[in-house]
Design a protein around this ligand. Structure first.
Ligand code: UDP
Length: 441
């Protein structure tokens, strides 16, 4: 970045994360890295997202500016408490369009700020390119995906959108089952395609891309991106290693689930962590099958579910109470994954979850649910070999998972030979991740 930061003033960077946890959290880690290098950081967000950002960075000098958000967002159902937090991926295009209404306020705020050296904005906030250009600020795009899935999306999706299905499979061979357009709701398709194209075009015209990844994890794809795609991209991660989890060391100050993990560790037991990120919606029938699969597997588990998914099945928690705990709160996932007792992760393969698991040396049972998660799952299982794939009904990527299949994979990961192989590989990659971030034990 030397060419754009040529003077001796402390450089001022504007960060603008998208309003969902999976997109915000890595940029907060990036903020720490920038502050650590003595840059000044201003973060833009919305009122509903401000408290989370404030709590995460309240020990730093970062400035947080919140812009008003439209409260008449089409497709966001009445009753959603804060319209300025993306409640579910199915609402993404209309939510992202509503975010564009912040542009005039964003530009008014930029006018009042001390000189900005560069901006890092989430790719979904495509319109920040126009704002950045007006103020002559180089715009970097934060891409919340791996190089792998970005290359596949670029090679397959964009070509398919522009040139039709016959353009598939030219450069990177991915079975059709593992590739879907990131937004799978049938309607309104026009809105989705328009949105994707806005994002892609604004990204292509930006100064560069910041990937939350590290070169050694996916060298072929990092090289592919920089030889075949524009703009140039840099791996800045794994950003989850930018700071250790805040977790307390005082036993009585620890959340109850960490105390539970401590107890399991003292007993010499290993634990499967089960969580599907902040956006996935799981049906009651699917929840019941997960519960039965976990119960029949006889492994210890810590299962984080969303508050709205509180019904599991009658008597389940009581029956498994000696070896399983269900948590209905926001947890510090990194703290859980780094806990010594956690030896496996049943995950939806959101990119942050994958990276956090890799950095903790914890192997994954890959159960992709939406967006580019099928590609992440494929990368986890077939490319970097740190996980096993859950079996879905009918072999479709996002299909229903029956408890019998789940039980089998859970046992295989926690006790089987394949589990041992992927655990070994996970631990090797965890060491490489630390080296990439200059962290040594
Ligand atoms: N997360 C967390 N606590 C929770 C739920 C999620 O810390 O209770 C974090 C998780 O560690 C990750 C992010 O939220 O950093 C979720 O991002 P991911 O890409 O895995 O999935 P998404 O939520 O975007 O589907």
């Amino acid at each position: 970045m030397g060419s754009i930061c040529g003077d001796s003033q402390p450089h001022h960077v504007v960060l603008f994360p998208f309003m969902s946890k999976g997109h915000t959290i890595p940029l907060l880690h990036l903020a720490r890295l920038l502050l650590h290098r003595s840059l000044t950081v201003t973060i833009f967000t919305t009122p509903a997202n401000r408290p989370f950002i404030f709590e995460s960075l309240n020990d730093t000098t970062v400035t947080i500016l919140d812009l008003p958000f439209s409260h008449n967002v089409p497709d966001i159902p009445v009753g959603i408490e804060n319209t300025d937090k993306l409640p579910s991926m199915s609402m993404l295009p209309s939510f992202a369009n509503a975010a564009k209404l912040m542009q005039p306020d964003f530009e008014r705020a930029l006018q009042t700020l001390p000189s900005v050296s560069f901006m890092v904005s989430d790719g979904f906030l495509w319109w920040t390119l126009e704002s950045a250009s007006k103020f002559n600020i180089p715009r970097f795009v934060y891409y919340g995906m791996s190089y792998y899935s970005s290359c596949v999306c670029r090679a397959v999706a964009i070509d398919r959108l522009l040139f039709g299905p016959e353009s598939d499979d030219e450069l990177i061979s991915v079975p059709r089952n593992d590739f879907e357009l990131p937004f799978t709701e049938p309607e309104p398709k026009g809105l989705q395609i328009e949105f994707i194209m806005e994002v892609v075009i604004a990204t292509a015209k930006s100064h560069g891309i910041i990937f939350n990844s590290f070169y050694e994890l996916e060298p072929l794809f990092a090289d592919y991106w920089n030889s075949e795609c524009t703009p140039k991209a840099w791996p800045a991660g794994p950003l989850c290693l930018a700071e250790p989890p805040k977790g307390s060391t005082e036993p009585h100050n620890k959340p109850k689930w960490v105390q539970w993990l401590d107890k399991k560790h003292d007993q010499g037991s290993s634990v499967l962590y089960v969580a599907f990120g902040s956006q996935a919606e799981i049906s009651p029938a699917q929840l019941k099958n997960i519960a039965t699969g976990l119960e029949e597997s006889k492994v210890n588990f810590l299962w984080v579910i969303r508050k709205s998914e509180s019904e599991i099945s009658d008597g389940f928690e009581e029956r498994v109470k000696d070896r399983g705990i269900v948590v209905r709160e926001w947890v510090d996932q990194r703290e859980i994954l780094m806990h010594e007792s956690v030896q496996g992760f049943l995950s939806h393969c959101g990119w942050n979850s994958v990276l956090e698991s890799i950095c903790a040396g914890v192997p994954i049972i890959a159960w992709p649910m939406m967006a580019e998660q099928p590609l992440n799952a494929r990368m986890v299982v077939e490319e970097i070999k740190v996980g096993l794939r859950v079996e879905t009904c009918g072999g479709t990527v996002r299909g229903f998972v029956k408890w019998e299949g789940l039980e089998k994979m859970v046992k295989e990961l926690m006790e089987g030979e394949k589990g041992k192989e992927v655990t070994k590989k996970s631990k090797e990659l965890a060491e490489m991740a630390k080296k990439a971030m200059d962290i040594t034990d």
